[in-house]
Design a binder for this molecule. Structure first.
Ligand SMILES: [Ca+2]
Ligand SMILES: [Ca+2]
Ligand SMILES: [Ca+2]
Ligand SMILES: [Ca+2]
Length: 646
């Protein structure tokens, strides 16, 4: 019956985020980001969706008679009992309500309207967003009637698989009275949010939950949807993702749900989604947004309408923010390795190029917080001119600048090895040519140089005097394989520590870009990025196996940004038939995370070891939390350190 506009929305490419624009500043479009890439702004994405709303209106025109009138259509009728309005694409007239909040900045300007006289059905929301495009002329507390077209707007575009937001567009607003009381907020807390995350989608509708009747007492996503557009409130909420550059943070309304030692919420299983996570944005000035770390608390009440966006789904856009109380979280420092221990680390330095201002901070982190590991696998080292796309692939300026900064910070004089990628073939930020680099402390560990490794030659394994050797060191693992298309090829190197050979493979597997969000309309969600990542993990495991086939007791470390969870199939494939073991599993569960995304603390960075290292029983693992929980982070990843006796 109902035309679902979302399925016809023109594809909007994923939007590289830009900091929220101050309310007084007009939004430019298209938007230029540092590095010279032109990306679609939120505004252009919004226009694409609206164009389609118009198409939908035309498509469903046969079903229309005359505009529905106030005595018959109220907001709960528009919202209905499913995610998609029964009035989608239709005109409605004289819908009454009280203005609860206004959004006066950015590309989604408008106001939230709420019916002060709710129906008795908890599944039907009593609030709705009215999209005015320009700054709305109404004020909070105005009693108004709105005529316009009901639209299901899909933030990010339909290709994302995101849910939609029910809106009234192209509105005509009539003010009835001003200064009215705003309907009291619905309190969202540990008791009100159900423990189950989502129903399974309809298998006859591509597993979409859009057409299912909402069950807000059973499913968290249904509960939040039943409050879409309504005035809501959280109280004394603990921060579980720090404030980001776009002036947003995440809290939990379930303080005990998978709580980690330092105050976050652990993501430990696809089958155990964290239902208490909620994103917080503000309708006020960016300058007033709190700079929060994990473990801090927004004390008192935080109140505003419940919105939905492509940057995290359900979001409380606060008209009133609680007061930030610090949890006192401090950056961690690992212990120094002993003389007989080899310390191997992985650290994703987030698109480091010579123009960055973070060199001294990264150096201090490596020297102080990581205690100068003997080998550091760096991920996301960019070439000498960063995102400038001019054929430069050499990264010696970038690496030397970091090495010099480490010396200046009181650390060792690291040496380094890497292999330049072929220009623009390894994905990441366009023009940046990110690659993995080995730093190593030559006073402690030596590198075995064996010629022949380059961007396109596959490193092999040979047997010499009964022991495994790499045919090239450094060398890249199967670089021509399709699995590495537009992705970073693993870097393998042969090291010697106290006469013992250690093979190290530095990885940066395919990212999760393109996966459907946890709040997708498709349940279970599709994680399309796994296809390439699984193929990559298969190759990494096969390469390690080729070493162990030659020398069963070889010490092999495969580490890096694996871009997948400790419980993922990627990790299972990497581990294979016991060739590798992800050493983060030696930590207590509540300390197993390296990244913090949308309220979920999770593992992306891993150090996997061969059986001889695992069986040594003297391995010591540390996820050193210096970044992921902090608003003033120098990378989005926490570095990992493994100490063992080869
Ligand atoms: Ca809705
Ligand atoms: Ca209702
Ligand atoms: Ca919705
Ligand atoms: Ca470049």
């Amino acid at each position: 019956m109902t035309t679902v506009c979302s399925t016809r929305v023109a594809t909007a490419p994923p939007v590289k985020r830009l900091p929220k624009v101050l309310s007084t500043t007009p939004v430019p479009a298209p938007t230029q980001v540092p590095g010279g890439i032109t990306l679609p702004s939120k505004k252009s994405a919004r226009l694409a969706a609206l164009t389609v709303a118009a198409v939908c209106s035309a498509a469903s025109a046969v079903a229309l008679t005359s505009p529905a009138h106030a005595d018959s259509v109220r907001i709960h009728d528009i919202q209905g009992t499913t995610r998609i309005s029964p009035y989608a694409g239709q005109k409605v007239a004289d819908v009454p309500g009280i203005v609860t909040a206004t959004r006066t900045y950015g590309s989604s300007r408008g106001f939230w309207l709420q019916d002060p006289t709710p129906d008795d059905n908890p599944a039907t929301s009593e609030g709705v967003f009215v999209f005015t495009s320009s700054t709305p002329k109404v004020a909070v507390g105005d009693s108004v009637t709105v005529s316009g077209t009901v639209s299901e707007y899909v933030p990010g575009g339909a290709s994302t698989g995101n849910q939609s937001v029910t809106e009234i567009t192209k509105p005509t607003v009539t003010t009835v009275s001003t200064g009215n009381a705003v309907p009291a907020p619905v309190v969202i807390d540990a008791k009100s949010v159900p423990g189950e995350y989502t129903p399974a989608g309809d298998p006859t509708a591509d597993n979409s939950i859009n057409g299912l009747t909402l069950d807000p007492s059973t499913y968290a996503l249904d509960y939040y949807e039943s409050l879409e557009g309504m005035n809501v409130q959280v109280a004394d909420a603990r921060v579980v993702t720090a404030t980001d550059p776009y002036s947003e943070l995440w809290v939990t309304v379930k303080p005990r749900e998978n709580r980690t030692r330092r105050g976050g919420t652990l993501y430990a299983s696809y089958d155990d989604q964290n239902t208490g996570r909620l994103q917080i944005q503000s309708l006020g000035a960016t300058a007033d947004f709190p700079a929060a770390n994990v473990g801090d608390t927004l004390t008192g009440t935080t109140t505003g309408p419940l919105d939905f966006n492509q940057f995290g789904g359900y979001t409380l856009v606060a008209s009133r923010l609680g007061t930030l109380k610090s949890g006192g979280l401090e950056r961690e420092t690992t212990r120094k390795q002993s003389r007989g221990e080899l310390a191997v680390a992985t650290y994703n330095v987030e698109n480091l190029d010579p123009s960055d201002k973070t060199f001294d901070a990264h150096a201090a982190a490596i020297v102080n917080n990581l205690q100068s590991p003997d080998i550091v696998s760096l991920e996301e080292i960019q070439d000498n001119d960063g995102a400038t796309d001019d054929g430069v692939v050499d990264a010696s300026t970038t690496v030397t600048k970091l090495i010099d900064a480490i010396v200046a910070a009181g650390g060792p004089t690291y040496d380094w090895r890497s292999i330049n990628p072929a220009n623009d073939q390894d994905g990441g930020e366009p023009g940046g040519n990110i690659r993995q680099v080995f730093l190593f402390n030559p006073e402690r560990v030596s590198f075995v140089d064996r010629a022949g490794g380059d961007s396109t030659t596959a490193v092999g394994v040979t047997k010499v005097h009964g022991k495994a050797q790499l045919t090239a060191s450094p060398g890249r693992v199967d670089p021509a394989n399709d699995a590495w298309k537009s992705s970073r090829k693993p870097l393998a190197g042969e090291f010697v520590f106290r006469s013992r050979t250690v093979f190290v493979i530095a990885n940066h597997l395919n990212s999760k870009g393109g996966d459907q969000a946890l709040t997708s309309q498709h349940q279970p969600v599709v994680r399309s990025s796994e296809i390439q990542r699984h193929a990559q993990a298969t190759l990494v495991n096969a390469f390690v196996k080729s070493i162990l086939d030659v020398q069963k007791n070889a010490d092999v470390v495969a580490l890096g940004d694996m871009n997948d969870f400790d419980f993922s199939d990627t990790t299972k494939i990497l581990q294979g038939d016991g060739e590798l073991w992800s050493a983060i599993q030696s930590l207590p569960r509540s300390e197993r995370y390296t990244y913090d995304y949308q309220g979920n603390q999770q593992v992306l960075d891993q150090i996997l070891v061969s059986p001889s290292i695992r069986r040594g029983c003297d391995l010591d693992y540390d996820s050193v939390h210096i970044n992921s929980e902090f608003h003033d982070q120098i990378s989005d990843h926490d570095p990992q350190v493994l100490r063992f006796r080869p």
